[in-house]
Ligand binder design. Structure first.
Ligand code: TXA
Ligand code: MG
Length: 351
């Protein structure tokens, strides 16, 4: 079993950090907190360490990883071209929940980028992550520290459950503050394109860049990287997401819950405080994410709530979206993927 070591989230013990950095430099695997989710770190320039990383996660070799840096000077050493927009974004939003996709330098191993000519780079904001990256002195490849296809870890305990057998060390700094992964922005396209909505909202990017496109699977066909597969972040239970205006969604939530209960299903619901009334009196397993107006709170609690709900063994989970403003877009994306694309549009013409 991996060793799990507590670290202070604000002021990590330099000795613990030095130990973790030594493991990384020796080709080992260290799970560490970022402000989004826990990452599973390996030396991003060491192909053997990367091979171990992919194996530990059960991640297909076709799915590229993000290289994490603590020093802006590393950006042009990893990216062959760093356009003015990339520098502007890095200066404004790093450290933070933004990943930039740029043309790669030859120094970046093909295993890291799954053979793509581009590389994904991010400077995380969590003090523990920054301290570890500085001490390691190498770019650190870090996918979310979950088994491939499972819900991303927002606590060290989640990492232990998923990867305890294969990781050398887990740094435990408590729950991660944002709770959903970084926004992945592709700067190699004519228009900057969000490949994965995340912790940094589209609107905030647009203030700096002007129009930002959103990669749309249904329009663009096969995804450029399998991290964008529709089924991801998945619970064991079947899941359905209701999309649409709030009153219509609430009415349909009750209607569907009643129908599945009558059919003998164990029904779970991933809902907001404001939805409780709509399900009142029904024997539904509830996971309440907080107020529907507190998107930050909902993002922070989302993965833990999904795990807790799933652990109670429902046959079916009913969930609802929280719109597309701000973090709402990332939350909807994760819900829809957890549901394997099973959505119900409510309140539209013909409904
Ligand atoms: O918040 C995060 O980004 C977390 C923390 C640990 O930093 N990391 C994370 O890594 O979510 P991962 O590997 O679970 O997701 C990385 C995403 C995937 O969707 C992958 O396909 C995409 O980034 N990606 C990586 N390199 C890419 C590239 N060269 N081109 C396009 N997409 C890329
Ligand atoms: Mg992941």
């Amino acid at each position: 079993m991996a060793q799990m070591v507590p670290v202070d989230a604000e002021r990590p013990d330099p000795e613990v950090i030095a130990r973790a950095a030594a493991i990384l430099r020796a080709g080992g695997l260290v799970a560490f907190p970022t402000e989004t989710v826990y990452g599973l770190g390996a030396d991003g320039l060491n192909p053997a360490a990367l091979a171990r990383l992919f194996q530990a996660k059960g991640r297909p070799a076709t799915d590229p990883v993000i290289l994490h840096i603590a020093d802006l000077a590393l950006l042009p050493r990893l990216a062959r071209e760093v356009p003015p927009a990339a520098w502007a974004l890095a200066r404004r939003f790093w450290p933070g929940p933004l990943t930039l996709v740029l043309p790669k330098q030859p120094i970046v191993p093909d295993v890291a980028t799954a053979g793509l000519p581009t590389v994904a780079i991010r400077m995380p904001a969590h003090p523990v992550a920054l301290a570890l990256l500085r001490a390691a002195g190498v770019p650190v490849a870090a996918p979310s520290a979950n088994r491939f296809g499972r819900t991303s870890p927002t606590t060290a305990q989640h990492v232990l459950e998923d990867l305890g057998d294969t990781v050398d060390l887990i740094l435990d700094a408590g729950p991660t503050p944002i709770g959903v992964e970084s926004t992945v922005l592709d700067l190699t396209r004519p228009i900057p394109t969000i490949l994965r909505p995340g912790g940094l909202p589209r609107e905030v990017l647009e203030e700096l860049l002007g129009p930002v496109a959103l990669f749309d699977r249904s329009v663009e066909g096969p995804a450029p990287a399998p991290g964008m597969l529709p089924k991801h972040y998945a619970p064991r239970a079947e899941m359905v997401v209701l999309l649409g205006p709030r009153p219509a969604v609430r009415a349909r939530l009750r209607d569907l819950a009643e129908r599945y209960l009558r059919a003998g299903c164990r029904v779970g619901a991933l809902i907001a405080e404001e939805d409780r009334e709509a399900l009142a009196g029904l024997p539904v397993i509830l996971a309440v994410l907080g107020s529907e107006n507190d998107l930050e709170g909902i993002a922070r609690r989302l993965y833990q709530a999904l795990r807790d709900l799933d652990a109670q063994g429902p046959d079916l989970i009913l969930a609802r979206e929280f719109g597309t403003q701000g973090l709402g877009l990332a939350i909807r994306d994760r819900l829809v993927r957890a549901a394997g694309g099973r959505v119900v549009h409510v309140g539209e013409a013909g409904d």
